[in-house]
Write a protein that binds this ligand. Sequence first.
Ligand code: RIB
Length: 293
Amino acid sequence: MILVAGSANLDFVVRAPHIPSPGETVMGHDFKTFPGGKGANQAVACARAGGVPTTMLLALGDDTFAQPLEASLAAAGVSMHIKRCKDLPTGTAFICVSDGGENAIMVAPGANTALLPADLPPLQGISHLVMQLETPLETVAAYADAARTSGVFVVLNAAPAQTLPAALLASLDVLIVNQGELAIVADHGGSVDECLARLQVPCVVVTLGSQGSCARVNGVVTRQAAFNIQPVDTTGAGDTFVGSFVACLAQGQDIATALKTANAAGALACLTAGAQSSIPTRSEVALFLSQHA
Ligand code: RIB
C-alpha cells in the first residue's frame, strides 16, 4: 500500500486573461472551487493510476471546506487517516489561472501545519511513503526517518521548494522536483546536470515542462520527451506526475516506463480545469499512450 502524508487544500480558482503583476488588478472571467493540495492531489493520482491501494494521512479543520476534500479522496478510492483540528481552518489555496493555462498559487496552510511527527500511523503494510513540503519540515523529516527505519521506500516531492536538511536527503529513495525546485534544493544556479551532480539521493526525477522529464538513477540519466498538448490549466499536473510515477514504481515498472506513463498522466491533467478534477484514470492514460505511441 502507498501512504501519502501531506496537505489538502480547497482551491479557490479565478480564470483571467493574465496573472496579475504586483499592484495590478485584473478582471477575471469566472470563479470555482476545486479539491486540491499537493498531498491530496498526489494521493488521488496514485489511486487513479491503480494497481496498488492508496491511503492518506492529512489534517483538516472542523469546517465546511473539509467536506469536499474528504469526498474527493473517498471517490478516488483513497482511505484516510484524518487529524481533525478544532482551532485551525482547513487549508486553502488561492489560484489565478491565465487563459494560456499557467497559474500562480498562494496557500493558506491552516490545518496542514498541525501534522506532527506523532501523527504517523503504523507503517505495517506500507511499501511506499510519498510526501511534499506543504506540511512542517520537521514532520516530513521525522516521517522519512521512521519510514527508512521500517524499510519503507521514501519519495519526496520538494514542492514548494526549500533548502533540505542533510538527514532528510539521506532518508530519501526518490526526490522529485521541477527545474526551479531543483536549483533551490541543490543550492546551485547552473544546469540540470550540474544541480543533479550535487545531490546524493539514489534517484532524482526532474520534471521539465515542455521538455518532458528526466531521472538520474545511480548515475545513469534517463530522459522522456513531453507529449505535445495545448494546456487549459496546469494546476495539479506536477502532482499527477508524482502520483502516477510512484504508482508505476510500486508495481515494479522500470524507470523509463514510469517516466513515460507519468508524463502522459501529467499531460492529460493539463487538459481539464482544476487539480483533482483533472487527474486521469489508468484507462485514460492507457488510451492516451496508445494514441501517442
Ligand atoms: O500543486 C497544485 C496544488 O498546489 C493546488 O491544488 C494547491 O492547493 C496547492 O497546494
